[in-house]
Design a protein around this ligand. Structure first.
Ligand code: SF4
Length: 379
């Protein structure tokens, strides 16, 4: 089981809070980039070590994949399918910005093999969307959702953000209710993080915009849990909620430390405790591909302790927690043996709970999960 991530680094415009590797526009380089993605897949067709197993998921993310004309995106995907091994029932997600899709685009993606759509709605408040520099309004987002259903997307995620400057609890609740009223299959919630180097990072540094209040952020998170679980969604990860049978297979591969291959600028890969990241520089990426080189910028080989630690904090992100038996079978050592002191302290503080052979975060720990994770970082 392995996942494939394809990074499309183009956006219509740069949102004011964003530090993802994405570039406004695209223009003539777009087609060159899509061809490079296929060439990169060919470079991984026959790796030096074990060949890749069948990919059971593909996630086309960005950036904004839907700034690429849909037929070109579908052609690229089909060309990659011809090169790498695929499972016939693979989950195929495309991220979409509601301001960049219409009925024809969505129909093309659906008939081209995408079976899951992830809509970056972020808010149903027009003034907040404008302040964020988003390229769409609230009604456009609702329309994109309805059109996606109309063309046959049975599995749709909505991304929402909270702790935004000027966002009150009333506005957040309105966004949550409007999202739920559309009946999406999955919702992902993200608290705003101010990143240095972004326009909002600068505005916070100069005092123009206030840093998100962590207490307010915590309240918004807990309120969202209440609303979404009340509406029938199961929380299966710190930030993710799904209807039965609609958990995101691709993201679960990350939290379970499975292998994944990332294609494209800045994409990350993981294979048998080796992790590597592609160049973040678009020009350098294209040059490497042209020269027939894997465009790797960094790589690291994880020690067995690092792999076990990563298994802990990634596994704890999921509400089912870390399966203690599976951990022992995978690493040949028991969690208590390796992390006994940390686990005991966190159990005593009521941040972890042990039940049914799993170690998991308690409800109290969910809004402050990083306080738990730090205990599994470091040597
Ligand atoms: S659409 Fe997404 S990736 Fe593009 S600039 Fe906005 S937040 Fe960043």
């Amino acid at each position: 089981m392995a996942g494939l991530y394809i990074h499309i680094p183009f956006c219509r415009a740069k949102c004011l809070y964003c530090d993802f590797v994405s570039f406004p526009g695209g223009g003539p380089v777009m087609e060159e980039y899509l061809a490079a993605l296929v060439q990169e897949a060919i470079l991984h067709q026959r790796p030096e070590g074990e060949p890749w197993p069948e990919f059971t998921s593909v996630y086309i993310g960005g950036g904004t994949p839907t700034v690429v004309p849909a037929h070109l995106l579908v052609d690229t995907l089909q060309n990659i399918y011809r090169v790498l091994p695929w499972s016939s029932g693979a989950e195929v997600t495309v991220e979409a910005n509601p301001g960049t899709v219409d009925l024809d685009t969505l129909a093309c993606l659906r008939s081209g093999g995408a079976n899951r759509l992830s809509l970056g709605v972020q808010s149903f408040d027009d003034s907040l969307l404008a302040v964020m520099g988003r390229a769409h309004g609230a009604e456009q987002a609702a329309m994109a959702f309805r059109q996606a259903r109309q063309v046959g997307f049975l599995n749709i995620n909505i991304d929402l953000m909270y702790a935004l400057p000027g966002q009150t609890m009333v506005v957040w609740l309105d966004t949550l209710y409007r999202a739920v009223s559309l009946e999406p299959d999955h919702l992902s919630l993200y608290g705003l993080k101010i990143e240095p180097g972004t326009p909002w990072g600068h505005a916070v540094a100069t005092g123009e915009v206030a840093e998100p209040d962590q207490d307010v952020a915590g309240e918004m998170y807990l309120t969202a849990r209440e609303v979404l679980t009340g509406a029938g969604y199961e929380q299966y990860e710190i930030s993710n909620f799904a209807l039965p049978g609609r958990q995101c297979h691709h993201n679960k591969l990350y939290w379970q430390r499975k292998d994944y291959l990332g294609l494209g600028v800045a994409a990350a890969s993981h294979r048998c405790n080796r992790r590597w990241t592609n160049s973040q520089d678009l020009h350098a990426y294209l040059q490497d591909i042209l020269a027939g080189r894997v465009p790797m910028a960094e790589q690291e080989l994880l020690s067995s302790h690092e792999a076990m630690a990563e298994n802990m904090w990634l596994g704890l992100r999921m509400l089912q927690g870390v399966d203690l038996g599976a951990f022992a079978a995978r690493y040949g050592r028991r969690v208590e043996e390796v992390f006994g002191e940390a686990v005991e302290g966190l159990l005593d503080r009521g941040l972890l709970a042990m039940a049914g052979g799993h170690l998991r975060l308690t409800a109290r720990a969910l809004p402050v999960a990083n306080e738990v994770f730090v205990h599994f970082l470091g040597p």
